[in-house]
Every structure is written in structure tokens, then in C-alpha cells.
Design a protein around this ligand. Structure first.
Ligand code: ATP
Length: 207
């Protein structure tokens, strides 16, 4: 999936709404130190479901909300929307409305309120974080993807152990999604096995 646009409001240094269009070819974001270039990348990672404040260069998740400046008061909410071209590579869960599969753009939104409440949306309709992660898994985009390569990651890829490099290849080949599904299913099976065991114990007691 190709990223077409990012819309940011209230996220880190972006108090007011800021939109960036990514047309065909290469886009470079340039500017003086501290103007917010890395904050754009943080916004992308955050909207794709990054849950680690450290990876977003903060102490707590609240640090992503505009904290105020000399001339402006802090805001109560951060919102980032990533708009992708719907090229057919997205993985649709049954929980996502079928009509979304046909439209030409997929907009993924994450909101965080200072109260701690979070919202996730796909094409402006509320969903779970898991729905976004599932949607992006296997497309090469997403938290586990290699669509965002930071400086320290270049070194990691070069010096990674074969098992670590394999994880990157798995994401590229689109099987990460199935591995996550398998892990969830195995956990559910284990729970079912436990319940079965408990029922058998109860049955033994009453017979
Ligand atoms: P460099 O070229 O030095 O790496 P940069 O352009 O990548 O700089 P960023 O690191 O993206 O800059 O932005 C840093 C700026 O963002 C700092 O001025 C910092 O005060 C501001 N900033 C970060 N978090 C917030 C926040 N929650 N509220 C307001 N401003 C913030």
C-alpha cells in the first residue's frame, strides 16, 4: 500500500492541522533543526499502532499531545490520519465493513485524549487497534513493517542474526499476519483445554 497523505493535528509540535501529500516518486522533508521533521515520522509510526512512548521519543504516551508553547496553550487531543491507496494488498477482517474493500483510499486514524482515552478509526468508522494492525500486517506497512527505516535500523539489518533477519523477510512475504492469528488461536485452544479439564474435574466430583 502506498501512503498518499498524512494529516496531523495536536500531535507533538503540530498544534494546528498540517497535511502532507506524497505524490509519485520521492518526497523529501527538509527544514532546520527542531522544526518537526522527525515528529512527522513519529506521527506515522504512532498512527500505525506504535504503543511504545520510548520509540516515539517520549516518556509517556501523553507526550505525543501538543504540550503548549510560548504563544499557545496545550491541547487536549492528538490526531493523526494516514491515507493509503487501496491497491488490494490490505488484509480485511470480517469485523470491517465489506464496502471498505472497494473504495480507492483507506484512511487510518488514531486519536489520543489527555484523559487517556484512545480512538482508532478506519475510514472514519471506529474500530479496534487490532483491526488496524491486521489491516496493515503483510502489506509491508505497519509497526512490524520495514516501511520506516530509522538510522539505527540500517545498522541492525546489516548486523542482524539470520533469525532476526528472517522476521523482516516474514513481514515482507506477508506471513506475519498468519503467525499472529495462529498465536491467538493457540492461546484460545489452551484456554478451551483448561476449561475442559475443569469441567471433567467437576463431572468426576458429582458422579
Ligand atoms: P533535527 O533535525 O534536530 O532532528 P527535527 O526537525 O527532526 O530536528 P523534531 O525532533 O521532529 O525536529 O522536533 C522537535 C521539536 O518538537 C522540539 O522543538 C520539541 O519541543 C517539539 N515537541 C516535541 N514534542 C512536543 C509536544 N508534545 N508539544 C509541543 N512540542 C513538542
Amino acid at each position: 500500500m502506498r501512503l498518499r497523505r498524512i494529516d496531523i493535528v495536536g500531535f507533538k509540535s503540530f498544534r494546528d492541522k498540517m497535511s502532507l501529500e506524497f505524490s509519485e516518486g520521492m518526497t523529501a522533508i527538509v527544514g532546520p533543526n527542531g522544526c518537526g521533521k522527525s515528529n512527522v515520522v513519529d506521527a506515522m509510526k504512532w498512527a500505525m499502532g506504535d504503543m511504545s512512548p520510548k520509540s516515539l521519543r517520549g516518556q509517556s504516551m501523553e507526550d505525543v499531545i501538543f504540550a503548549g508553547s510560548e504563544s499557545a496553550r496545550p491541547l487536549g487531543m492528538a490526531e493523526v490520519t494516514l491515507t493509503f491507496e487501496n491497491d488490494g494488498s490490505a488484509q480485511w477482517d470480517d469485523s470491517i465493513p465489506r464496502e471498505f474493500r472497494e473504495i480507492s483510499e483507506i484512511a487510518v486514524t488514531r486519536r489520543l485524549h489527555r484523559s487517556g482515552d484512545s480512538e482508532y478509526l478506519i475510514n472514519r468508522v471506529g474500530c479496534r487497534l487490532m483491526d488496524i494492525q491486521n489491516l496493515l500486517a503483510g502489506t509491508g506497512v505497519g509497526k512490524q513493517g520495514y516501511s520506516i527505516i530509522e538510522q539505527n535500523q540500517v545498522g541492525f539489518i546489516v548486523s542482524a542474526r539470520p533469525s532476526e533477519r528472517r522476521l523482516l523477510i516474514e513481514e515482507a512475504s506477508g506471513i506475519t499476519r498468519y503467525k499472529a492469528q495462529r498465536e491467538r488461536t493457540v492461546k484460545r485452544l489452551e484456554k478451551a483445554e483448561e476449561n475442559l479439564q475443569r469441567s471433567e474435574d467437576v463431572l468426576l466430583e458429582v458422579t
